[in-house]
Write a protein that binds this ligand. Structure first.
Ligand SMILES: C[S@@+](CC[C@H](N)C(=O)[O-])C[C@H]1O[C@@H](n2cnc3c(N)ncnc32)[C@H](O)[C@@H]1O
Length: 227
């Protein structure tokens, strides 16, 4: 199992449903200003945002590097694939990366990714993503928590150092025979400065809004247009 698949298994124990819904509302209201008929959701997770956009009449495709996430999307009848976003064919009116997806990429990966997304946007296309602020990493994300259900126990231990958040997930899952299986892996998230996004050749940063998802000014929404 990859670290992203472990995240997929653990996500429902993190208590982020409300924050996720709030983010979806924000993205949806931003997209309302544009005539979006086709949308690519990179890091689509369980496909909740695609489901909303489909109900608005938008044709949606999702990609996620976690095969578990993609399986769940497919079970809901969504068009999702577990491939590198750079390899997705076609062009879109809008591309989104919702809830930390850009923070999962290192500087080098992010640069390549963003330039590739510019090529996948139609003229006048829009790319929207959110990133964690330094405060979001150091004060909100860092720390430990645990959570459980009838058949699972999760502990999360996050340390922010040298502009990287290392989050160790430990999940115990009870099988039908009553025995527990232990899964453990670490996810690294990278802090990115706004200036980084102002120097892209394919995308122009047209708007940025710092807002509070959990706490004061923990996130920034970035809105790009194709250059
Ligand atoms: C915090 S989750 C958010 C999921 C979804 N966007 C939502 O709002 O519910 C981050 C997602 O990004 C995916 N991910 C991380 N790096 C990725 C990459 N380079 N390409 C595609 N998906 C990625 C993870 O597998 C995970 O599903």
């Amino acid at each position: 199992m990859t670290n992203l698949d472990l995240y997929a298994k653990a996500e429902h124990l993190l208590g982020i449903e409300e924050a996720t819904e709030a983010l979806y509302d924000l993205y949806r209201s931003e997209l309302d200003d544009y005539n979006v008929k086709t949308l690519l959701d990179v890091g689509c997770g369980r496909g909740g945002f695609m489901e909303r956009m489909i109900s608005d009449g938008v044709e949606c495709k999702g990609v996620d590097l976690s095969t578990l996430m993609v399986e769940e999307c497919k079970a809901k009848g969504l068009d999702a694939e577990s491939v590198d976003a750079k390899d997705v064919k076609g062009k879109y009116d809008a591309i989104v990366s919702i809830f930390d997806v850009l923070n999962f990429m290192s500087k080098e990966e992010l640069l390549e990714f963003l330039e590739a997304m510019a090529d996948k946007l139609n003229d006048d296309g829009i790319f929207i993503a959110d990133i964690n602020t330094l405060y979001g990493f150091s004060d909100v994300a860092e720390g430990t928590m645990s959570s459980d259900s009838e058949s699972e126990f999760l502990s999360v231990d996050a340390v922010f150092e040298n502009n990287e958040l290392h989050t160790k997930f430990t999940l115990f899952e009870k099988g039908e025979d009553g025995r527990y299986t232990k899964y453990q892996d670490t996810i690294v998230q990278y802090f990115h400065k706004i200036q980084f996004f102002q120097k892209l050749s394919g995308l122009k940063l047209v708007d940025k809004q710092t807002f509070s998802l959990y706490d004061t000014e923990d996130k920034t929404l970035l809105i790009f247009k194709k250059r």
